[in-house]
Structure formats: structure tokens, C-alpha cells
Write a protein that binds this ligand. Sequence first.
Ligand SMILES: *Cc1c(COP(=O)(O)O)cnc(C)c1O
Length: 383
Amino acid sequence: MQAVKRNILLNPGPATTSDSVKLSQVVPDIGPREPEFGDLMAYISVELTRLVGDPDHYTTVLFGGSGTAAVESMISSVLAEQDVVVVINNGAYGKRICEIAEAYGLHYLEFKSPSDDAIDLAALEGFIQASGRAISHLAVVHHETTTGLLNDIKAIGELCSRYRIDMIVDAMSSFAAVPIQMKEMNVRYLAASSNKNLQGMAGVSFVVAEKNKLESLKYKMPRNYYLNLYAQYKYFSEHRQMRFTPPVQTLYALKQAIEELKQEGVQERYERYVNSWTTLIHGITRLGLTYLVPDQYHGKIVTSILEPVCAAFRFQEMHDYFYSEGITIYPGKLDRLNTFRIATMGDIAYQDIETFLERLEHYLQSIGFVKREEETGDVGDKR
Ligand SMILES: *Cc1c(COP(=O)(O)O)cnc(C)c1O
């Protein structure tokens, strides 16, 4: 088969995929209710579970949909009528969880935390105590893709365990790179998707949870339909089929992507991402740009870079220039600061970041941006 043009996606997902993942979608047509396809989905479910828990006790519930579908499924499926969820908001994805809770009319309490600093655990504990209500759940984003801030879910999980709170984690952009152990970290429900660190195609999202926990949802009054976690879990465990039409070809690609992840290793994949990030940080610092989150709280997968201070700078023009060169970048997602984001996830390596940096230097020169020497300190020393 002919090679597919290779673009470098530096947006935080969907990420660059290998040719083998792309081509694995070209398969004979198949009805997704055939046992053969059920085997494929069962394999995917077990292998995804294995990354974060013991498949004897945990399982992965697959949905056709983008990552938000899995987050919405958890939030709208696991709370009983009188339950209260604390939602940690330190970026656009934490805010999205609040919006989902709002849309379903759930009892939620928003805990706001700075987008470029660690969560203050004492303040969070005080918030839980002062709420005057029995908190049943807490929802947090593991890796805030807005800024690249990595939230300490292990410490938050310990707090939740002391207060008998079920922790719900959006691990969309950390899953399959940053190590997660659900049991040790007290993660009750976790959501992720096919197209970020898994390096598959967009269109499959999933929830991982303990089978016992999923069984217990049976007694909750459903407030959703397509996204009902218990119904999706139960149907698959009884029929080895999704309830509704799955994205067939995307699942073939996901199987291939999982095999490639197993070949590479999760730890090795993360090291490759961190290598690319190191290249990125040295490069932008040399060019006179700065970035937002201090290294010790940063996931080293997505970096929020401050826009160059230069009258001729226009993000859209920079985006268009890069796009014409086969490189995709995304704007920032912060209200108070002008930033753009560079992700080092996907089937890319530090050499691709070097290519990006060459083009960036060219672009900055073309708009007459000059590095201000006094503003560039050591890498990582920006507080
Ligand atoms: C990507 C992402 C999502 C889901 O986004 P979709 O566009 O629905 O795939 C949710 N949470 C986080 C933290 C993400 O990075």
C-alpha cells in the first residue's frame, strides 16, 4: 500500500499515529455483532485494563465517542440522587466536569485551584470538612491538558480514602504514558480515550473501574441513556457487543496501537515523550520564550508557552505557517494569559521537535522578534 503523508501533530491529541496504525483500519467489512469482533473488543478491554489494574477485578467499558463521552458517562452514571461530588477545577478540563455536573443537575461543589501550581491538599481537606455535607465523590483531572499540570492523584486518593470518598479521574492525556495504578491510588473510576498517548485513532473512549463497583451501579436510577455506564458494562459482559454501533475501524486501529504500546513499553513511551519535552524546553528557552508550569508539577507531555511579546505576532498566522509545513499547533486555553500549546505525545520523537524549533526560529525572525537577554534564566527556573 502507498505511504500516507506524515504530519507532525503537536496539538494535545488526536496525536500523530504510525503508518501501521493507520493501515490497520483497512479491513474486510464486518458486522460488529459477530463473535470475531466481540473477541477484538474483549482483547482491547483486557489490555487497556492491564495498564492500570488487575483484569480479574477491574474492567474497561468501551464507548463510541470522543474522550468527553467517557467523562460524561462516569459523572452522569455513578452518583445517586442525594450524592455530592467535589470537582477540582484547575484548568479547562476540570471546568468541563463542572459543566457536565451542571447539565445533569447534580449536587456538585467546585474546588478551584491555580492552573500553574500544585493543589493545596490541606485547603482541599478543609473544603471537604467545611462543606457541611457528606461528600460521596471527588472528580479530578490527572493531567490538566490546559497547562500540562500533573495533579497528584495518589495524595488526593489517600485523602479520599480517609473520608470514604470515591475518586473519579479523567486520565485522558496521562493514560498510557504516566504510570497509574488504580488500586494503590484509590482511583474508583478512570476515563481515557484512544487518540492521545495510546496513539490510536479518535473515536473510542472508555471507563475503567472495579467490576464490583460497576455491579453496584445496578441500583442507581439512570439519568442518561447512551452513556449509561452500568448498561454498557452489563451488555458487553453478557453479549460481547457494544449496545450500539461501535466505530469498527477505529477499534481495529486501537488493537494495533495497543500492540505497538506493548512493544514499546509504557515507561519507554513516557521517556520518549519526556526526551521530546526536554528538547522543546531547551529550544524555546534558547529562542527567548518562556513556559508556564514549574517543572516539578509538570507532566512533560503538554507545555503551555507564553506568546512572544512582539507587535507583529499573530497566533493564527503562526499556526497557518506551521500548518503549511505539515506541523499542527494549538492555541492556549487560559483566560488570563496569552499562551499556545505544544504537546510531545504521539508517534513523534525529539527529531520532530527539532524540526519544529527550526521552523519556530524562522517564524520568529520573520516577525522581527528579538530575544530579551535579561528575561531568560536557567531552564525551569521561572518562579
Ligand atoms: C482530550 C481531553 C478530554 C476529551 O476531549 P475530547 O475532545 O472529548 O476527546 C478530556 N479531558 C482531558 C484532560 C483531555 O486532555
